[in-house]
Design a protein around this ligand. Structure first.
Ligand SMILES: Cc1cc2nc3c(=O)[nH]c(=O)nc-3n(C[C@H](O)[C@H](O)[C@H](O)COP(=O)(O)OP(=O)(O)OC[C@H]3O[C@@H](n4cnc5c(N)ncnc54)[C@H](O)[C@@H]3O)c2cc1C
Length: 408
C-alpha cells in the first residue's frame, strides 16, 4: 500500500486526501494550522461559493491558463457535483452561475470533507509546518519545523499561495517547490481591493453603488467588470473591483501605469446621460447645481463628482450651467478616472496569481517533471480564477487529479 503525504489541509489537500484514500493509499495530511480547512470557512462570506455552472477554461489566468483544460477533462464540474452530492451537499445556484450549498454554510462543506477523511482513515497531523521535501532511497521525506520527519512514497504539495496568511497559506509551498528545483512565476495578489489617488476619498468612504469599473493600462482599455463598487478611505472595493484587480495588480508589478475608470451610469450612453442632465436643469433651473443632482446621485458623491468635473461654484443655479459644463459632468459620471497606486496587502487578497510554473508539471497527473513522486495541486500552482467559485473549483479538480494519480 502506498503512503501518500499531503502538505496542506485546505480545499485541494482535503480533496486529494479523500481521492488518494479511495484509490487504496494510506494517507497523512500535514497542516500548519491547528486544524484543517480554516480558509474554507471564510469562503463566500461564510457561505462557500464552491463552484460555478459556467465553468470554462477562459475563467482562468496564469502564464499558461490553458493548462486547466486537461485537469477539468479528468475531474470537471459534474464530477465535483457528484463528489459533494455523495457526501451529502445539495446545491443552489445564484447569479451568474455561482453554486452554494443549500445549507448556506461553508462549515457544512468542511464538515462533510472531514467526515469522509475520518471514515477513510486519513491521518491528520496539525500544528506542523513542512519545510522541505527530499528524496532518499526511493522514499520521499517531509522535514518539518518541529524536527519531525514523515516518510512516504508520494507527496502532494497543496500549501496554497500567499493570500490571507492568517488563514494558513503564507507562501511556504513556493519554498518547498524551489528547493526541489521548480521555478516560481512571481506571485502577486489577485481578487484584492485597490488603492487609488484622489483627494476626496475620505469624504466618500463607505458609499456603495452599482456600476461598471474599467481597467485602463497605459491608456488602453484592458478589462471591464460590472457590479458593486464600494468607495473606501484608501480606494475601492466591491465585487466589480475585486474582479478587475488582477489586471491592475499585474500591470503595476510590470511597472506600467494603471487607471480605474468608474461608470456610474452604465445603462446610459454619454449622449443619453448628457440629455438627462440637460432636462433636469431645464426643469428646475433655479436649484443650486449640487442640489439638482439629489435623487440622481448618492448625496455624498455629488460634491466630489462636481469637483472632479471642474465645477467650482456649486451653489450657482443649475440653469446657468453651460452645455460644455453639462457635457463635462456627464463625462465624469461615465468615466470617473482614478490613477491606481497599488493594491491592499496579501492579508486582504483572496487569491494569489503566480506560483509553481506549469511547464514543469505533467498536465495529465500534476506530477513534478523534476522531482518524481511529488505532485502539486490548488493555488500553489500558477493558476488563478475569476471571482465566482472558480478558485475552489480549481482546488477540488486539481486536488482530485493529483490524489488519484499519486495513489495509482
Ligand atoms: C476570504 C476568502 C474568501 C474566498 N471565497 C471564495 C469563494 O467563495 N469561492 C472560491 O472559489 N474561492 C474563494 N476563495 C479562494 C479559495 O479559498 C482558494 O483559492 C482555495 O482555498 C485554495 O485552496 P488550496 O487548498 O490550494 O489552498 P488553501 O485553501 O490556502 O490551503 C492551503 C493549506 O496549506 C497549509 N499550509 C501552507 N503551508 C504549509 C506548510 N509548509 N506545511 C503544512 N501546511 C501548510 C495552510 O495552512 C492551508 O491550510 C476565497 C479566499 C479567501 C481568502
Amino acid at each position: 500500500m502506498k503512503h501518500v503525504i499531503i502538505v496542506g489541509g485546505g480545499a485541494a489537500g482535503m480533496t486529494a486526501a479523500i481521492m488518494a484514500a479511495r484509490h487504496g493509499a494510506r494517507v497523512t495530511v500535514i497542516e500548519r494550522m491547528q486544524r484543517v480547512g480554516k480558509k474554507l470557512l471564510a469562503t463566500g462570506n461564510g457561505r462557500c461559493n464552491l463552484s460555478n455552472r459556467r465553468l470554462d477554461a477562459s475563467r482562468y489566468h496564469g502564464r499558461r491558463p490553458g493548462f486547466v483544460a486537461g485537469v477539468f477533462a479528468r475531474f470537471g464540474l459534474e464530477d465535483t457535483l457528484d463528489f459533494f452530492g455523495a457526501l451529502g451537499v445539495e446545491f443552489m445556484e445564484e447569479n451568474e452561475g455561482r453554486l452554494f450549498p443549500v445549507s448556506q454554510q461553508a462549515s457544512s462543506v468542511l464538515d462533510v470533507l472531514r467526515y469522509e477523511m475520518t471514515r477513510l482513515g486519513v491521518a491528520e497531523v496539525c500544528d506542523t509546518i513542512v519545510q522541505t521535501v527530499t528524496s532518499k532511497h526511493g522514499k520521499l521525506r517531509c522535514v518539518c519545523g518541529n524536527e519531525q520527519t514523515f516518510e512516504g512514497d508520494r507527496v502532494i504539495v497543496c500549501a496554497g499561495g500567499k493570500s490571507s496568511p492568517n488563514l494558513g497559506s503564507n507562501g511556504g509551498g513556493y519554498k518547498i517547490a524551489q528547493a526541489l528545483g521548480h521555478a516560481i512565476v512571481e506571485p502577486f495578489p489577485a481578487l484584492v481591493q485597490l488603492k487609488l489617488d484622489a483627494p476626496w476619498l475620505k469624504r466618500i468612504a463607505g458609499i456603495s453603488v452599482p456600476g461598471s469599473a474599467h481597467a485602463w493600462i497605459d491608456d488602453n482599455l484592458r478589462r471591464t467588470e460590472t457590479g458593486e463598487i464600494l468607495f473606501t478611505e484608501y480606494g475601492v472595493s466591491g465585487t466589480a473591483i475585486l474582479s478587475l484587480s488582477r489586471t491592475i495588480s499585474e500591470s503595476m508589478l510590470q511597472g506600467r501605469s494603471a487607471q480605474v475608470r468608474i461608470d456610474l451610469f452604465p445603462a446610459l450612453t454619454p449622449g443619453e446621460l448628457t440629455a438627462l442632465l440637460q432636462r433636469r436643469c431645464a426643469h428646475a433651473p433655479f436649484k443650486p447645481i449640487d442640489f439638482s443632482f439629489v435623487g440622481l446621485l448618492h448625496k455624498r458623491l455629488i460634491q466630489a463628482a462636481l469637483q472632479s468635473a471642474g465645477i467650482q461654484d456649486v451653489q450657482r443655479p443649475c440653469g446657468e450651467l453651460s452645455s460644455d459644463e453639462i457635457a463635462r459632468i456627464a463625462a465624469t459620471l461615465k468615466a470617473w478616472t482614478f490613477p491606481a497606486t497599488g493594491t491592499q496587502s496579501w492579508m486582504f487578497s483572496q487569491v494569489t496569481a503566480g506560483g509553481v510554473d506549469v511547464d514543469e508539471l505533467d498536465p495529465a497527473t500534476l506530477q513534478s517533471r523534476l522531482a518524481p513522486g511529488v505532485y502539486f495541486a490548488g493555488e500553489v500552482i500558477d493558476i488563478d480564477g475569476d471571482s465566482g467559485g472558480y478558485n475552489l473549483q480549481w482546488a477540488w479538480s486539481s486536488g482530485a487529479v493529483a490524489g488519484i494519480c499519486a495513489a495509482s
